[in-house]
Design a protein around this ligand. Structure first.
Ligand code: URA
Length: 207
């Protein structure tokens, strides 16, 4: 089966996911999007209110910033695969509003089933973990952005990975917003460079 047909099948299966209780209060599963042969694979935390309503990842403010920075870093936003560690919106009510609630380890683990299958299907050259939840989902419960950011990492299956800030952390940074934005942009540029280096290495004939 081709990778894009496998992804389409996974998306259909994930639509009925009941692996953890989050499906009860969310509108729908928000599966990843992008080309099945993408070389760059971005992982966020979980869909927000707008993503839950639209059924698509990163369509709200964090997604707009993500795409803006991809363009600034010279990465074609249409060429990347974008998904989340957790695929149902976890929220609590505050008056009429649905407020984001952080997924716990049990929920991250349960949804790791889908993330692992997406990753194995797309088989990217580089994974970019946006924030701690994505890093924990792929590198283990103790993963922290502060200690892992800027390091060349490998996932347990050998796929190269980078850990960086979540775009929402930039949006929430108040006075530090410009600095956080520069940090995230620098990491996206690093990701692009790492891809170029890997492409060159792949073309170099062996001894
Ligand atoms: N934040 C995320 O981590 N993912 C989304 O899809 C939207 C906001």
């Amino acid at each position: 089966m081709t990778a894009s047909r496998s992804l389409a099948r996974l998306r259909r299966e994930a639509a009925g996911c009941t692996r953890c209780p989050l499906y009860v209060d969310a509108s729908r599963t928000v599966f990843g999007e992008g080309p099945a042969d993408a070389r760059l694979f971005f992982v966020g935390e979980q869909p927000g209110d707008q993503e839950d309503l639209a059924g698509r990842p990163f369509v709200g403010p964090a997604g707009r910033l993500l795409r803006e920075l991809l363009v600034e870093a010279g990465i074609d936003a249409e060429s990347v695969y974008v998904t989340n560690a957790v695929k149902h919106f976890k929220w609590r009510a505050r008056g009429p509003r649905r407020i984001h609630d952080k997924p716990n380890w049990t929920e991250i683990r349960a949804c790791g089933h889908w993330l692992g299958l997406e990753l194995a299907t797309v088989a990217p050259s580089l994974v970019v973990c946006l924030g701690a939840t994505a890093a924990q989902a792929l590198l283990g419960r103790d993963a922290r952005v502060g200690t892992l950011r800027g390091r060349r990492l490998e996932l347990p299956d050998g796929t190269p990975a980078l850990v960086t800030l979540h775009p929402s952390a930039v949006l929430r940074a108040g006075d530090g917003r410009e600095e956080r934005r520069r940090e995230l942009l620098a990491d996206f540029r690093r990701a692009r460079k790492a891809l170029r280096v890997r492409a060159r290495t792949a073309r170099t004939p062996g001894p």
